[in-house]
Every structure is written in structure tokens, then in C-alpha cells.
Design a protein around this ligand. Structure first.
Ligand SMILES: [Zn+2]
Length: 65
């Protein structure tokens, strides 16, 4: 039982680094329905960049005209 377990029911970015020797993993779940996973620092960074640029806070920033 772990409170840190990512759940798709909670929109947002979930990043975990199990140990210094294991690759970081990330799960991005957006309230728009998009979701993605990444493994490894490079992919995790790309996922975070893409998520923040296109999902999550980006949906409310600017909004619809
Ligand atoms: Zn989205």
C-alpha cells in the first residue's frame, strides 16, 4: 500500500524515481482524456514539457475565445 502510487483518476503529472539507479518514470493524465507515460530522464522531461505546453495548465491558460 502506497500513497505515492499514481492513479489515472487524478489528473496531473505523476513522476517517480524509485531509486538513483533506476530510471525515473512519469505518468501524465489530463482532464481532457489524454494520458501518456514515459521512462527515463529524457522521455520524462519530454513528457513534462509536452504536458505543460499542451495539457494541464495549458487548457486554462488563454482559454477559449
Ligand atoms: Zn489535455
Amino acid at each position: 500500500m502506497s500513497d505515492l502510487t499514481s492513479t489515472p483518476d487524478r489528473p496531473g503529472l505523476h513522476i517517480s524515481a524509485p531509486s538513483p539507479s533506476a530510471p525515473a518514470t512519469a505518468l501524465a493524465v489530463c482532464h481532457c482524456g489524454a494520458r501518456a507515460t514515459a521512462t527515463g530522464d529524457t522521455q520524462v522531461k519530454a513528457l513534462v514539457d509536452g504536458y505543460t505546453a499542451n495539457h494541464g495548465p495549458a487548457h486554462t491558460k488563454g482559454g477559449k475565445k
